[in-house]
Design a protein around this ligand. Sequence first.
Ligand code: 13P
Length: 255
Amino acid sequence: MSRRPLIAANWKMHGTVASVQAYLEALVERVAGSGPEVVVCPPFTLLPAAVLIATGSEVAIGAQNCHWEDAGAFTGEVAPAMLAELGVRWVIAGHSERRQYFGESDATAGARARAAQRAGLDVIFCVGETLEQREAGETLAVLERQSTAIDGLDPAHLALAYEPIWAIGTGKTATATQAQEAHAALRRRAGEMLGESASAGLRILYGGSVKPDNAAQLLGERDVDGALVGGASLDAEGFWAIIHAAPGERRGAEE
Ligand code: 13P
């Protein structure tokens, strides 16, 4: 089983209808089927335009969140089927900003991810420790607890993202060694949750201040199968440079 690198852009609450077209047209032109898989996750309002531009290309469009019910009285929420109907292919679940500012828990993040897969979407499920947890030596225990939420997910439509909270938007990237240690632990944990063969094929992305100048080193680690990029993905050139830094070949899980 091999793991094709996956590079995903999380625009967070940035972007305009006016900017999405030029950005995606530039990207679509460059991304070929043989390199890393590329996903762009703009805010909900930009999804229809983004899907329209990316359709028929090698760039897939993702959303940043979805609800766990198919429909209902949930003001302000968006159901996974609504995203699927648009042509959205991916959704991010459990991002630390959702956990920190909007009360997301392991349980609700897991429920969102399962609902997304039921609607046919692929999921990027985020985990990561705070600085306090890292300094207290709790990193691996936190990752183990958070990844309990992937129970019951279809590994064929799942990627994990290790995003240490202290590295998000701070310019402080985890070292390649810190990332590799966390990713290896997550892969072991995924083996317990999803089975060994699924875990060997599971892509585990790193996120947290990934930039064009540190991407190659992080992506060179054995268990780092891609990146979830925030700030540096807002600029099409910068995001392309990160895509370009990913190993071109598909990595064999047995290597
Ligand atoms: P930055 O790349 O801006 O640190 O954000 C990372 C992130 O949270 C991606 O989901």
